[in-house]
Design a protein around this ligand. Structure first.
Ligand SMILES: O=C(O)CCC(=O)C(=O)O
Length: 277
C-alpha cells in the first residue's frame, strides 16, 4: 500500500510540538475562541465544561486549499514535510479501506469514490496525554465515537491508553509496533445504513508515562450530501438515518460537547429501530 518500512520509521518522529521546550513556539498555533484548529483542547465549547487530561494539535490537511495558513504551511521543516507525506499516504490508505468496505457491502466502489475522492477531507489530531498522579480521577479523552467516516490511528511508544466499548465493558486496545488502528466513524454508519457500526472509545491516562497518538480523520467532500447509500435502502431495510449536507453536519458537530454516540442518535430516524446484525 505504499507504506514502506523505511518511510514508516522516518514518519514515526514524535510530534515535537508537544515537547516542553516548544512552549513559546506553540503559542503561534494556539486555538482561538472561534477556531477549533490549532493547539489546545478537543471539543471545548463552554467555560463550565470539565476538560480532558490532554493537549491536542488539530489541523485540516486535505484538500490543500482548506488548510489554515498559520498551521501546516508554517510548521518547521523537516516536520512539515513528514506531515505532508504522512497525510498523502494515509489518504491513499483510507481510499483502499473504503474500497474494501464497498466490496463487503456489495456496492459499486464508484459510489464511495464519488463521495470521498478529489475533495474528500482529511484532518489530523495529535493527542498528548501527560502522566497523571491520580489517573482514576481524570479521563484522557471522553468516551465518543468519531463523527467522521474512517479514522486511522497511530499510537506511539506502545504505551496503552485506548479502550473500546465491547459488550458493555471497556476493553484496552493493545498498541502493536508498526500497526494502525482503524476506527469506523458515525458517517460510515450513516452511509452504510447501519451495516457498519461506529465504535465507542475513550483514552485513559497513565500514572508514570505520557502517551502520544495521532488520529487521521477521513470524511466526504464538503459539497456532498450524506445519508444512507440508496442501494442499501430497501423495503426490508428502510433508511435509519436522516440525510443532510456535509456542511450542516460539520456546523452542528462543532457546537456540541463530545458525548458518546449522541450525535449519531440525533441523526437517527427511529431510535427504536432494531439492529440488523
Ligand atoms: O489516543 C487515542 O488512542 C484515541 C484518540 C482518539 O480517539 C481521537 O483522537 O479521536
Amino acid at each position: 500500500m505504499g507504506l514502506t518500512r523505511n518511510w514508516w520509521r522516518n514518519s514515526r518522529q514524535k510530534p515535537k510540538i508537544f515537547s516542553t521546550c516548544q512552549w513559546k513556539k506553540r503559542k503561534r498555533y494556539w486555538q482561538t475562541s472561534t477556531e477549533v484548529e490549532g493547539f489546545g483542547q478537543a471539543f471545548a465549547v463552554s467555560e463550565e465544561q470539565k476538560l480532558d487530561w490532554a493537549d491536542i494539535f488539530y489541523l485540516t490537511t486535505q484538500p490543500k486549499h482548506l488548510r489554515k495558513p498559520n498551521l501546516l504551511p508554517m510548521l518547521p521543516l523537516p516536520y512539515r514535510d513528514t506531515l505532508e507525506s504522512y497525510s498523502l499516504e494515509l489518504q491513499n490508505l483510507a481510499m483502499n479501506i473504503l474500497d474494501c468496505m464497498s466490496k463487503a457491502l456489495n456496492i459499486d466502489n464508484g459510489i464511495m469514490k464519488a463521495v470521498f475522492e478529489n475533495e474528500g477531507t482529511q484532518s489530523l489530531r495529535m493527542n498528548y496525554y501527560p502522566q497523571c498522579p491520580q489517573p482514576d480521577k481524570v479521563i484522557g479523552l471522553t468516551p465518543h465515537s468519531d463523527s467522521v467516516a474512517v479514522t486511522i490511528l497511530l499510537q506511539f511508544d506502545e504505551t496503552e491508553g485506548l479502550q473500546i466499548m465491547k459488550d458493555k465493558k471497556w476493553v484496552p486496545v493493545k498498541s502493536l509496533p508498526d500497526a494502525f488502528v482503524v476506527n469506523i466513524g458515525d458517517i460510515m454508519e450513516i452511509l452504510s445504513n447501519g451495516m457498519y457500526k461506529s465504535i465507542l472509545h475513550r483514552a485513559v491516562v497513565d500514572e508514570t508515562k505520557a502517551r502520544i497518538s495521532v488520529a487521521a480523520f477521513h470524511n466526504p467532500a464538503l459539497d456532498k450530501e450524506i445519508g444512507p447509500i440508496p442501494d442499501l435502502v430497501t423495503p426490508g431495510t428502510p433508511a435509519r438515518f436522516r440525510s443532510t449536507s456535509m456542511i450542516d453536519y460539520m456546523k452542528q458537530l462543532f457546537t456540541r460537547v463530545l458525548d458518546g454516540k449522541s450525535y449519531l442518535d440525533y441523526m437517527r430516524i427511529n431510535e427504536n429501530a432494531t439492529s440488523w446484525n
